[in-house]
Design a protein around this ligand. Sequence first.
Ligand SMILES: NC(=O)c1ccc[n+]([C@@H]2O[C@H](COP(=O)([O-])OP(=O)(O)OC[C@H]3O[C@@H](n4cnc5c(N)ncnc54)[C@H](OP(=O)(O)O)[C@@H]3O)[C@@H](O)[C@H]2O)c1
Length: 293
Amino acid sequence: MAAAENPLGAPTVSPGFDLSRGFDSRVRLNNGVSMPVLGLGVFQSAPGEPTRRAVRAALSAGYRLIDTARLYENEADVGQAIRESGVPRKEVFVTTKLWNTDHGFDRALAAFDRSLSALGSDYVDLYLIHWPSGGDRAESWRALRRILSEGRCRAIGVSNYTIAHLRELMQHSDVPPAVNQVEFSPFLYQRELLEFARGQGIQLEAYAPLTRARRISEPALSHISKAHGKTATQVMLRWSLQHGVIPIPKSVHPERIRENAELFDFVLTDEEMGAIDRLHDGFRTSWDPTGIP
Ligand SMILES: NC(=O)c1ccc[n+]([C@@H]2O[C@H](COP(=O)([O-])OP(=O)(O)OC[C@H]3O[C@@H](n4cnc5c(N)ncnc54)[C@H](OP(=O)(O)O)[C@@H]3O)[C@@H](O)[C@H]2O)c1
């Protein structure tokens, strides 16, 4: 594959995932656990039937990764929808997260128990520290390691961690995070973080991969999407996959949930990847964790 242009003038960080199995493509995390390369996010999906309908639609469309959090107040709906879907629990990769007010060893253990109980499951696939702020994150990490060693989650990781936060964690722990979930989109192409994470064997996951729909009408995206007969959102998600970053787009609309999964029948060229890379302008929908000490 020829080197493509990017904002820093060096080759892109690709290759991305092996997508030869289409929707069934998986990536192997640093502890050997296999994780789907595309998921459904449920932040701001209203608790109750709206979340349950979205999760059922996603599972029926072939999604096998659902991303929730204690903060979203819909863990119980995620658990219920999985049971209603008829898809065996062990085929679904469920992520949930420790909220900022639950930092600390004992508090984190208790928060995890509450999440398990809400999900109605005896394990989660991936448990993340949601933010590096709000309390003693090192003690929270110790709790996550305990949970992992007890077999009550299959992998542990972090979210919104910068390179400095990751370095700090790895200095004090011999268990590295399997995943770092961060905001990542064509307008926030976190290349340095991606390269660092890849070098350390940490899988990046992209939240707000569609910029919460705020930048999906960008002319450069529509130009590329028209060339492939796809939508701008599909191009944004495919760009993430080709960078080897797991996107977890959120929608409560079944037709959009299906649209966001039709990513495996086209390939962005190196030139297109480079053009999308250059859309980076630092746009964020969420808080910037850079200043968190
Ligand atoms: N770790 C963290 O701190 C963190 C922070 C934020 C998000 N997340 C996770 O990442 C997931 C995704 O991020 P996000 O929800 O912030 O933003 P997003 O996925 O970039 O965008 C979601 C928005 O885009 C709309 N949308 C989805 N598909 C569309 C399509 N095909 N065409 C037009 N509009 C479409 C949705 O509307 P409708 O629902 O009305 O379709 C919703 O308003 C979250 O749900 C959550 O699981 C994690």
